[in-house]
Design a binder for this molecule. Structure first.
Ligand code: HMG
Length: 389
């Protein structure tokens, strides 16, 4: 019985910052951002979007036009986020209501930095294996915030990826080959009283690389797989250079005949991430969408997926592509990215400072936000969402 990702969709807010303009304002050579970091633009969040509204927007692309019978087969919503809106209540419960889903379901939030989306997916695969007639909605949604003028500023971003997990998946099936590891490390974290992440940037890169290298060695031995068994390696991309740094470590294991294909697919897998930035839990899955939309792959092509979350946890697993995988990517991510409105650095800084805190009552408006679901108000410490249609 094949189990995997049946359909996938992506949402990002409709504003972006040009990183060449940011570099000029910060007095940095733009090539540091464009080449050294590998980022060109980053999505900027209007006050009317947060991790829940972005998740609802991504999921609504998946769920529109589904029959009642289909929707009723969804037994769980797993909401992966490290920028959740409440320390107690799950963001998934808001999604259940916004998406008009049935009452008899589980609605749970999962957190372990950027790794949470992968854990949600693995949990969904296990559940569907035991309940083959059921589906799970997995949504990975985040706002990556480091702070104005911080070293991490260029690696911010925002967005959500939604996935339906089922048997007979139309996108890709899971090969039950995961290798994972975790270790208590302080490379990146966000204390309870802060809306910006704290990070030891260099250390975080070193741990990411080390985790990939160690997990790959174990994975290849355990699953008897070589680099040449894969059509592509897809990475969690906090910034696109990170995937290259990780893969470069196993360059000596890549057959000469395979080098071109892997490099082409690595580049295809970073096209969208270069323009959106880090979306933490959803980043690996945006890179998967980017690969599948920007290069032609074949039925049964095997794709290695490397998930990393600071703190730290990593997992390597593989997916095998379904025949019509392109039809299983719903919505038009390229168009969504291209139709964002550019904000100036001053406007970005204003929006960054206006990040809504729950301690004050607000009416939230943004004349440029035409997204389906929006955060409308914060009142009495409660977030109130609205359907814009
Ligand atoms: P930095 O110190 O400003 O940058 O911070 P740098 O001095 O290291 O330079 C970056 C690169 O640009 C270097 O390349 C330079 O050589 C190059 P590298 O040697 O690394 O290949 N460079 C240039 N290239 C061309 N022309 C130039 C030029 N100048 C310099 N003129 C850093 C960079 C990534 C550390 C910072 O942005 C940061 O702290 N980001 C946030 C942390 C992060 O993204 N870590 C990644 C691994 S951890 C992870 O993935 C988990 C995470 O997603 C969180 C989670 O799990 O929840 C972050």
């Amino acid at each position: 019985m094949e189990i995997g990702i049946d359909q996938i969709s992506f949402f990002t807010p409709n504003l972006y910052l040009d990183l060449t303009e940011l570099a000029e304002k910060r007095g940095v050579d733009p090539n540091k951002y464009l080449v050294g970091i590998g980022q060109e633009k980053q999505s900027i969040v209007p006050p009317t979007q947060d991790s829940v509204s972005m998740a609802a927007n991504a999921a609504s692309i998946l769920l529109e036009q589904k029959s009642t019978e289909f929707l009723n087969s969804i037994d769980e919503i797993l909401f992966a986020s490290e920028s959740g809106i409440d320390n107690s209540k799950s963001g998934a419960v808001y999604l259940q209501k916004l998406l008009n889903l049935k009452k008899n379901m589980r609605a749970i939030e999962i957190k372990q930095a950027c790794y949470g989306g992968t854990f949600a997916l693995m949990t969904a695969f296990d559940y569907v294996k035991l309940h083959p007639n059921k589906r799970i909605l997995v949504v990975a949604s985040d706002i990556a915030r480091y702070g104005l003028k911080s070293a991490g500023e260029v690696t911010q971003g925002a967005g959500a990826v939604a996935m339906l997990v089922s048997t007979q998946p139309r996108l890709a099936s899971y090969n039950w080959d995961s290798v994972f590891q975790s270790e208590d490390l302080m490379d990146f974290w966000r204390p309870l009283d802060q809306s910006e992440a704290l990070v030891f940037g260099k250390m975080s890169q070193e741990i990411y690389e080390k985790f990939f290298y160690e997990i790959w060695q174990t994975y290849s031995q355990k699953n008897l797989k070589k680099v040449s068994d894969f059509a592509a390696f897809v990475f969690h991309l906090p910034f696109t250079k990170m995937g290259k740094k990780a893969l470069d470590q196993i360059n000596d294991q890549i057959d000469e005949s395979k080098k071109d294909q892997l490099e082409k697919n690595r580049l295809a897998g970073q096209i969208y991430n270069r323009k959106v930035g880090n979306l933490y839990t959803g980043s690996l899955y945006l890179s998967l969408i980017s690969l599948l939309k920007n290069n032609i792959l074949k039925n049964n092509d095997r794709i290695a997926m490397f998930s990393y979350g600071s703190g730290a946890e990593g997992e390597l697993y593989s997916l095998s592509l379904a025949a019509d995988y392109r039809q299983a990517i719903l919505g038009d991510p390229a168009q969504m990215i291209a139709s964002r409105r550019k904000v100036s650095v001053d406007e970005y800084e204003g929006l960054f400072r206006a990040f809504p805190e729950d301690s004050e009552d607000h009416e939230l408006t943004n004349s440029y936000d035409s997204s389906h679901f929006q955060l409308k108000r914060i009142k009495d410490h409660q977030r109130i969402y609205g359907d814009n249609f």
